[in-house]
Write a new protein. Structure first.
Lengths: 421, 292
């Protein structure tokens, strides 16, 4: 149980605002202005001070954690949580303000793909350059050259200047170099965001390989939960510079979604049927099986919607519908209550009612969707009430798809039955 | 990831951490071993700088010779013919060519060193490697072009010697690499001192280029030190670049206004400047990522 990284009271502070104006004469002018009490010619609109010492911001606050050798750890969190700052400190690009980090082994970090690539040099020359920048000896690069070129799949272009490469080729080459380095610890920051699905899968596989077979520690920052889920055994959730959860990846991912789901996926009408419509939807919410409002549902659970509506007067031929849209606003589901209750077509009496309708588990793939409620008479093109589209998330925390190391780009997440003949 | 608390008493391995990242670093905390480990990177930078200069050019490496040749022709005309400044009896071509080669090496090292952080800010913010490798690699890349010029100089030199001109080499000639070494150190050291300022204030960079041009005229490049009136001579000798230039002339041409005292003074100044430069460079390296 050797420890590869240990952070103790790690903190990083940044100063906000413009530190200086980058031009000596401007700084002098501002200083003069302050001294004589005149207006600062370079102050930004709305600001009334310059390089205020009080504007400080703690990007990381007192982090304490350990990473074991050979472990694959994911670091997740919202934008601005401090993930990149943490990686920068671990990569020695910036120093901590307080606390310290102890590291055992060589660190290679991939904060950006293709660091140091020079456009005029060929792919081969850039492999050597990039390898040297990342700390590899020339001999080591030479011995791994074939592997690197093979992994990147651009053998025929390896002697062309890199400025001729497409962005996909660029990424392949850059990742290939980094992936074959002799490092004990690999830090990767969202580098898989580029590249096509096949390549991403290859990269994930490679990272898993180096960890499993060569005992390398991998620290992976990403916003793609399915990558984190596939690759990382353990994870850390950063939130506003602090660790808010750590442990097994599925636990941390759950917590991440729970946190970002402070609001629930819900619509509540503000005015109580002011137009006097026959039917008005008062409230529509995504709930879990216990009836508690949620903003995200796991793939393996059904998506249940509760619709509370009022009927003002007796109505005929009225429908109440659930619309579900994919992330790009394609209508996926248009389901109506009268599908199950045709008697409601004949008459709906006045009153307050609640419907509960659910999408089966594992119908939708992981991603963002929208729901909408509608009440009206389609025959007469009459809309009584329509909710705005409310977003909700479907989360993959270990479905049958994710166990096979992939992310599928489809909307539906059905697990179908394949039968041998 | 079982623990949430770090319990030093039971889990501390006997001090075999590869590195500890802490907020404070000493003023002169330079890891020379690390720079040695990254020596391949220095060669890579040199290679990259050299190759990219002449890729897709017509004349290629020939430019390393043509540029100083044009400069020499211009100096010969302006200072030699028009202004008629004597050159201590040394053939004018040799005098100006040698001078511009030396000054070129010194000033390029200086400018490169002063620009390290601004020119490489993207690279530095993405990956770690010892930042000193960059100015060190520039010392060597500039040496290549200086070396080519030197070879050309030797050719001219031999021509002049064989045609019986007024040049008498001395045995000190064999020490000429030291001249280059001192110029490299002086230029890089000074550049590192400046880099701490130009990183923060961009307008100072123009000042640097301007300053270097002025400095050249304050150094006996286009005139020998012997031509300087006595009352200004002391000031000129305070210029640390003066001594190596004159020493070079003394070595190669047999005429040069220098003395062991002057040289010693210049070397001491060089050491101090390099020391200061390293300190400031180190300090800047730590903080510039957060500030630039």
């Amino acid at each position: 149980m050797a420890i590869a990284i240990r952070a103790e009271h790690l903190s990083k502070e940044y100063r906000l605002g413009t530190i200086n104006h980058g031009m000596l004469y401007k700084d002098i002018q501002t200083w003069l202005a302050r001294k004589t009490g005149k207006q600062d010619p370079h102050a930004q609109l709305g600001a009334d001070h310059f390089a205020d010492q009080k504007d400080r911001f703690w990007a990381l606050k007192d982090l304490n954690f350990e990473v074991e050798q050979g472990d694959r750890v994911g670091i997740i969190g919202r934008n601005g949580a401090g993930k990149s700052t943490l990686l920068k400190i671990l990569s020695r690009i910036t120093a901590p303000t307080e606390g310290n980090v102890r590291i055992k082994g060589r660190v290679v970090s991939l904060l950006e793909v293709g660091t140091g690539f020079h456009p005029e040099l060929t792919g081969r020359e850039n492999i050597y350059l990039n390898g040297a920048i990342l700390g590899m000896k020339k001999q080591a690069v030479a011995s791994k050259l074939e592997e690197i070129v093979a992994f990147s799949e651009i053998e025929q272009f390896i002697d062309t200047p890199v400025k001729r490469y497409s962005s996909g080729m660029y990424v392949r080459l850059a990742f290939s170099v980094a992936a074959h380095l002799d490092a004990d610890i690999l830090l990767a920051d969202e580098v898989l965001a580029v590249g096509d699905a096949a390549f991403q899968k290859k990269c994930l596989g490679k990272m898993e390989d180096v960890s499993a077979s060569e005992g390398r520690t991998v620290i992976f920052v990403s916003h793609q939960m399915n990558f984190i889920n596939q690759l990382c055994r353990n994870s850390i959730l950063l939130s506003s510079g602090e660790i808010s959860e750590r442990g097994s990846t599925s636990k941390v991912i759950q917590r991440y979604f729970a946190r970002s789901a402070r609001e629930v996926a819900s619509y509540v009408a503000d005015v109580d049927n002011a137009q006097g419509a026959d039917i008005s939807i008062r409230r529509m919410t995504l709930v879990d099986s216990a009836g508690d409002p949620k903003a995200s549902v796991e793939m393996k659970e059904p998506c249940i919607f509760e619709i509370d509506y009022d009927v003002r007067r007796n109505t005929r031929d009225a429908f109440i519908a659930l619309h579900v849209f994919s992330g790009d606003q394609t209508l996926l589901i248009d389901s109506c209550d009268i599908d199950c209750h045709p008697d409601l077509l004949a008459s709906r009496g006045p009153g307050t009612y609640r419907f509960r309708v659910g999408l089966p588990a594992q119908l939708l793939n992981a991603g963002r969707f929208y729901f909408e409620g509608w009440a009206g008479v389609p025959q007469r093109n009459l809309t009584f009430s329509k909710t705005p589209r409310v977003p909700f998330e479907v989360v993959d925390t270990g479905s049958s798809i994710s166990q096979f190391n992939q992310s599928r780009e489809c909307v539906l997440g059905l697990k179908l039955d394949w039968q041998n003949d | 990831m079982q623990v949430t608390e770090i319990d030093d008493s039971t889990r501390d391995e006997p001090g075999d951490w590869t590195m500890v990242l802490k907020p404070k670093r000493g003023w002169l905390d330079i890891d020379l071993r690390e720079i040695y480990r990254y020596r391949d990177l220095v060669w890579m930078f040199v290679n990259r700088d050299f190759v990219t200069v002449y890729k897709q050019t017509v004349l290629g490496p020939l430019w390393f010779i043509l540029n100083p040749l044009f400069t020499t022709v211009m100096y010969t005309f302006v200072f030699g013919q028009l202004a008629k400044i004597p050159t201590d009896g040394v053939p004018q071509t040799l005098f100006y060519y040698g001078g511009s080669m030396l000054w070129g090496y010194f000033s390029t090292c200086l400018i490169n060193a002063s620009d390290v952080f601004s020119a490489n800010s993207t690279l530095f913010s993405k990956v770690y490697f010892p930042r000193l490798t960059v100015p060190i690699s520039k010392v060597f890349s500039n040496l290549i072009s200086a070396g080519i010029q030197f070879a050309t100089l030797v050719v001219f030199y031999l021509i002049y010697v064989l045609t019986g001109a007024h040049v008498r080499p001395t045995w000190w000639v064999l020490l000429f690499p030291l001249i280059f070494l001192q110029l490299a150190a002086l230029g890089t050291g000074f550049g590192m001192i400046i880099s701490a300022l130009t990183t923060k204030y961009r307008d100072l960079r123009q000042l640097v280029a301007f300053g270097i041009s002025l400095w050249m005229y304050a150094t006996p490049i286009v005139y020998p030190l012997s031509q300087v009136p006595a009352k200004y001579k002391l000031i000129m000798e305070l210029n640390p670049v003066t001594a190596p230039i004159e020493a070079f002339r003394a070595m190669f041409y047999g005429v040069g206004d220098t003395s062991p005292a002057a040289l010693a003074g210049s070397v001491i100044a060089t050491v101090i400047i390099v020391f200061l430069g390293l300190i400031l460079f180190n300090h800047n390296e730590r903080t510039f990522v957060d500030v630039v």
